[in-house]
Design a protein around this ligand. Structure first.
Ligand SMILES: CC1=C(/C=C/C(C)=C/C=C/C(C)=C/C=O)C(C)(C)CCC1
Length: 311
């Protein structure tokens, strides 16, 4: 029995996330509301344990892609390209914060769709569109079920611009219709895509995601986002990357690739701390979560460019 449970968790570690959802919901229901400290601990733990490490494998992915293409891989060139993309995006954030946030939301939606629906064939237009709508739905669900908590973070990220205030009041007043419309659009396009190119989705996997999403709606924003991002998206991404790297090196162990992510995880954490310190000293108004999300956006763009090349 014990061995069976360990096997299931090893094959599908997202069951642990489901378990965590139940623990948090029960705690919240029977004991007290989750304190801010507990929320922050859950958020930071998941971001550090899986969120950042899944992106810290990009150098291995790039190396594997180059190997398949018979191209020579240089870590130095990889790092330069990565940092250049981040620097350009940071400049765009500095000059046009509203546009940058929009870019972040669109690429995140695309990235969530691409990772979660990894079985979907690349280059089939209807499925590409389905992935995007799927990502938008997931992201909107998490953000719009926490609209009051999202608001101050977003306003600190982009400043109080009049067009943002207008769009925000529209969103605030239409949370339910927006979610219904997106849900309906996703269902419709999913059915059309399935009728054109049938894909067999694991029902049990979809059930796990559903539990995580529904639970997230009843939890505060930080644990809600961390449960999806660290407890679902990053774990699925790890699985995809592991499978991709094993195509050329079947003996690769999961422990080995996790350890390989550590140097860049540590580098990312140190850079984040420097970034937080810099913004605290030099920015007019400072909110650590806004800065953290801007930092996540900066590392997401090159990460997406690399993971998109995995076939
Ligand atoms: C939760 C949240 C936000 C969105 C975060 C997103 C979109 C994260 C995407 C991360 C990705 C795609 C990482 C890739 O590995 C906002 C609106 C910025 C601020 C309010 C809280």
């Amino acid at each position: 029995m014990k061995v069976q449970v360990i096997n299931i968790l090893q094959r599908n570690p997202t069951w642990l996330t489901v378990l965590l959802c139940f623990i948090l919901l029960i705690w919240q229901f029977f004991a007290t509301a989750l304190s801010v400290n507990v929320q922050i601990i859950i958020f930071i733990s998941l971001i550090l344990l899986t969120g950042i490490p899944h992106g810290a494998l990009d150098h291995l992915i790039q190396e594997a892609i180059y190997k398949k293409l018979n191209k020579t891989y240089h870590l130095r060139n990889f790092l330069l390209k990565y940092l250049l993309i981040m620097a350009i995006y940071a400049l765009v954030w500095y000059l046009f914060s509203g546009l940058s946030l929009l870019i972040f939301l669109v690429i995140s939606a695309w990235h969530f769709g691409e990772t979660d629906l990894e079985k979907v064939p690349k280059g089939v237009l209807i499925w590409s569109f389905t992935k995007l709508i799927y990502g938008f739905y997931i992201l909107s669900f998490i953000l719009l079920t926490h609209v009051d908590e999202v608001k101050p973070i977003v306003f600190k990220m982009v400043g109080t611009q009049s067009n943002l205030i207008e769009s925000w009041s529209f969103i605030e007043m239409n949370v339910k219709p927006i979610l219904y419309l997106l849900g309906l659009s996703f269902t419709t396009i999913f059915i059309i895509a399935q009728s054109q190119y049938l894909i067999n989705f694991e029902k049990e996997r979809m059930f796990r995601l559903l539990i995580i999403l529904v639970s997230s709606a009843y939890l505060p924003l930080l644990p809600a986002f961390a449960l999806y991002f660290g407890g679902w998206h990053a774990l699925c991404a790890f699985d995809n990357i592991y499978g991709y790297l094993r195509e050329d090196a079947p003996n690769l162990s999961f422990k080995y690739i996790y350890l390989k992510s550590l140097p860049f995880t540590i580098l990312a954490i140190v850079s984040l701390c420097v970034f937080l310190w810099y913004c605290n000293v030099f920015a007019a108004s400072f909110d650590p979560f806004s800065i953290l999300f801007i930092f996540i956006s900066l590392i997401t763009l090159p990460h997406l460019v690399i993971t998109h090349q995995m076939k």
